[in-house]
Design a protein around this ligand. Structure first.
Ligand SMILES: *Cc1c(COP(=O)(O)O)cnc(C)c1O
Length: 231
């Protein structure tokens, strides 16, 4: 059994140490708990330690947990690949979407955002290390997409997100994050009011904080490895 309370405390400690080591302001990096494959009980345990922000990758799985935990008032972020025919449920049940990578999806999320909810906060997902993932806008197409998305109602463009290719070398981990950080600065310089750089997972949290992460998305280091869980 994984001790979620203890692991969560260790993640907070890793974040605090990385903030200090890389001259980031204390508390400038927030934590999203990535809960794919986690049972609602595990989420409640993390919540009892103060965690309120959770991210889900798979829509059906996420909706089931959001429904089961409805009265808790957690903040739910959608962080997985988006099929454009699934946008209605994302727009209706989540506060944030980190994985917007095309105009059509942004337009549908806007059209389908219920009018009694606040605007949907979004990040644009950028492909920073080619081949690896199918998701993400190419860096060369980012500014055009950002300008188009900024004109759409019911959405608030908050930042950028990426999921780079896996490597265990610290300097290699930093490279794609640096690419994303530079794009983020470029957008801010031309007037986009971005406050979120969504980078960093269990294995590359420190590299992400070194390159300016404002939010890290952590699953394994809090809830244990997903392969263990399914056996
Ligand atoms: C699973 C996942 C995470 C968390 O990854 P860990 O390595 O388990 O911390 C973060 N972001 C996305 C998009 C994910 O799919």
């Amino acid at each position: 059994m994984v001790d979620i309370a203890q692991q969560l405390a260790q993640v907070h400690e890793r974040i605090a140490q990385a903030e200090q080591r890389f001259n980031r302001a204390p508390g400038s990096v927030s934590l999203l708990a990535a809960t794919k494959t986690c049972a609602p009980e595990a989420i409640l345990t993390a919540a009892s330690c103060g965690q309120r922000v959770f991210g889900e990758n798979y829509l059906q799985e996420g909706l089931t947990k959001i429904e089961a935990l409805k009265k808790e008032n957690f903040e739910w972020h959608f962080i997985g690949p988006i099929q454009s025919n699934k946008t209605r449920d994302i727009a209706s049940h989540f506060s944030w979407v980190h994985s917007v990578d095309r105009l059509k999806v942004a337009q549908r999320l806007s059209d389908q955002r219920p009018s009694d909810l606040d605007v949907l906060s979004i990040c644009l997902q950028v492909k920073t290390s080619d081949e690896t993932s199918k998701s993400g806008v190419l860096p060369k197409d980012l500014i055009k997409l950002a300008k188009e998305v900024a004109l759409i109602p019911n959405l608030s463009l908050r930042g950028l997100m990426t999921v780079p290719a896996i490597t265990h070398d610290f300097e290699e981990q930093r490279k794609p994050f640096k690419v994303l950080y530079d794009l983020w600065c470029e957008l801010r310089n031309i007037g986009f009011e971005l406050d979120t750089l969504s980078i960093g997972m269990t294995d590359d949290l420190e590299a992400a904080i070194a390159e300016g992460a404002t939010l890290v998305r952590i699953g394994t280091a809090i809830f244990g490895s997903r392969s263990q869980k399914s056996t």
